[in-house]
Ligand binder design. Structure first.
Ligand code: COA
Length: 329
């Protein structure tokens, strides 16, 4: 089967109303500064979920917009795929809460756990389901309530992340638009560099776990940074190779938004000038797998992605997982 097999028919995003600015961390008792955070990461502020924002409700808000823009209703969906590292409950999958909330009454629903690469993993799974004719209209959502799993006493991690959601409707391709190439990889030998050590089935929640805060995100920042650059660069190369394109054919690169220095290093390696790179990490922080659909939605709204453009998506996350994709809009 030749590509494109599927297209991204509609995209939407949702961010909670509350904005937490860098300057507020000191008042929370953290020894940090706006200058330190901006210089190392490019992040100025991030959205934080309010009392009514759950992973499922944020995903539902983004999904409603994506469906409206794709011209489909929830009854048209046959599959709901939700990427998240912050499920609302450990059982069942949060995708079924999303399926119930939007009333996708004819849809299968399941979660994807690939951390920040999860949206690209989800799109790739949707493409496979549609190629096999197991599905025709797939909702791929990514929703992350990172504020619920951060250690707010750890300045090396809590300043980096934010809450938000994004979604896309994936349908059979028309007029040559859609996914031109995909690439996915993982290396679980490096899992302990960015993880939540305890609170899962191998080491269940206990008073000791709670006291030691080992159910929250731990990260070896410097090591993670090095692997992120290496893996994002490989991913950029592989999506271009797989699409038989070179960097000069790319109208816009939309990378996972973790850190502006990682983005700059990836763009430089790929030979894509920063004018052709979409960056919004300053306003959202790292929203894990939601960052790419949010960026796509904003890039379309800003006219930076227009019909006929060729866009390179590149992601990296805990696992480690990494992946990429070339999409013609
Ligand atoms: C987290 C990160 C910004 C830290 O920057 P860095 O230059 O690597 O800094 P280090 O971790 O080596 O820490 C340097 C110093 O800054 C301190 N520091 C860490 N966070 C700080 C903060 N928010 N404010 C002030 N100082 C801070 C450290 O404690 C350390 O102090 P020390 O030298 O006294 O021990 C950087 O490593 C990074 O971005 N890593 C990748 C993270 C990421 O993107 N993860 C998600 C991938 S999807």
């Amino acid at each position: 089967m030749t590509r494109p097999i599927v297209e991204l028919a509609g995209i939407g995003h949702y961010a909670p109303a509350r904005i937490l600015r860098n300057a507020e961390f000191q008042a929370m008792g953290l020894e940090t500064s706006h200058e330190w955070i901006v210089e190392r990461t490019g992040i100025c502020e991030r959205h934080i979920a309010g009392p009514n924002d759950t992973t499922a409700s944020m995903a539902a808000n983004a999904s409603r917009l994506a469906m409206e823009r794709a011209g489909v209703t929830a009854a048209d969906l046959d599959t709901v795929v939700l990427s998240t590292a912050t499920p609302d409950r450990l059982l069942p999958a949060t995708a079924v809460d999303l399926q119930a909330e939007i009333d996708a009454s004819h849809a299968a629903a399941f979660d994807i756990g690939a951390a920040c690469s999860g949206f690209l993993y989800g799109l790739t799974v949707a493409e496979g389901l549609i190629a096999a004719k197991s599905a025709e209209t797939v909702l791929v959502a990514a929703s992350e309530k990172m504020s619920a799993i951060l250690d707010w006493t750890d300045r090396a991690t809590c300043v980096l992340f934010g809450d938000a959601a994004g979604a896309a409707v994936v349908r059979p391709a028309r007029n040559g638009k859609g996914i031109l190439s995909t690439f996915m990889r993982s290396d679980g030998k490096l899992a302990d560099l960015l993880y939540r050590p305890h609170g899962g089935a191998s080491f269940p929640m206990s008073a000791e776990v709670l006291a030691q805060r080992t159910h929250l995100v731990k990260m070896a920042g410097r090591e993670t940074f090095k692997h992120a650059v290496r893996m994002m660069c490989e991913a950029a190369d592989r999506a271009l190779d797989n699409a038989h394109l070179d960097a000069s054919s790319i109208d816009l690169m939309v990378p996972h938004q973790a850190n502006v220095r990682i983005i700059e290093a990836t763009a430089k390696h790929a030979g894509i000038p920063m004018e052709k790179v979409f960056v919004n990490v300053g306003r959202y922080g790292n929203t894990s797998s939601a960052s790419i659909p949010i960026s796509l939605d904003e890039a379309i709204a800003a006219g930076r992605i227009r019909e006929g453009m060729t866009v390179l998506l590149v992601a990296f996350g805990a696992g480690f997982t990494w992946g990429s994709m070339v999409v013609r809009f």
